[in-house]
Design a protein around this ligand. Sequence first.
Ligand code: ADP
Ligand code: MG
Length: 348
Amino acid sequence: PDGSDAPEIRQLDATTVERIAAGEVVERPASVVKELVENAIDADASRVRVSVENGGVDGIHVEDDGHGMDEAAATRAVEKHTTSKIRDIDDLEAGVSTLGFRGEALYAIGAVSRLTITTRPRSGDRGTEVRVEGGETTHVGPAGCPTGTTVAIEDLFYNVPARRKYLKQPTTETDHVQRVVTGYALANPDVAVTFETDGRERFATTGLGDLRSAVMAVYGREVASAMEPVEADTPDGPLDAVSGLVSHPETTRASSEYVATFVNGRWVTARAVREAVVNAYGGQLAPDRYPFAVVFLDVDPSTVDVNVHPRKLEVRFADEAGVREQVRESVKRSLLDAGLIRSRAPRG
Ligand code: ADP
Ligand code: MG
């Protein structure tokens, strides 16, 4: 209204573009941990150890015993858009079996922190250390280390003060990190996942492949012993199978975050599934209480939109109503079979 000209449109310089892109991948310590744990699992690790200092702001370490990298691979891995997981768009269209494929996480994390990778491939007897500071590789050299990879992050957002300022209290950041590590530990009971905060062990799964023991490790014995199996290969409905564990109606928490959902083995956020699980209890939960649940859905990948963007955690189903119905029925069946709810429950 002041009559001034339309603002000039400029092209952003490369550094600004990269910083913005890095900020989309790395929102907070938990997003760093998510990317590093996914890399460890993609590297076929049987052990993953995650430790964070001061909510991850001062330090994040993720150590795995996966296939590791030789010097050339480790040097490339921290560069922009480098991945070993797909070659081109055809590979992507054909479907990826790895958790990652975008080739941007290590670069983006290195752009906003001080990052050190120590790694040794299974086939090699030489280890390598690569250091990156604010997006620049500052050191590549030999290192004595076991087979596998350790990624250490220090001073997250040291060069993005605005982002650093908006981080929450360390305890809140730690809670976010713990949620992520818990999700991957439950999704991968065959991987021994250890989680430490400020030098203290929070949990350690055995990696022996049993879901109930993984639940026991992360939520405790009392919760694990109050859970019933869900096992449904229902032919009708959009899902190929529903499986997992759900808690007794009196074993609850005040938050729905303990209803963990997984689609084709991938830990995801799925509001429809979470609500369907809660509905299956048919009003037999106390007000504002939520069960513990670990619910795995097997589904034709073409009928679900999963995690295509690093920040897009919520999945969408082509037939959401059908998914809700099938999950609710499967969970209800398990609770009924265990005699934990009445068959004519008010909301059932
Ligand atoms: P993406 O996972 O999408 O490929 P990243 O930036 O996360 O991209 O990692 C780049 C590459 O570095 C990976 O494709 C992989 O080859 C290698 N890499 C990263 N982390 C590990 C790890 N923990 N063990 C072995 N290789 C790794
Ligand atoms: Mg990755």
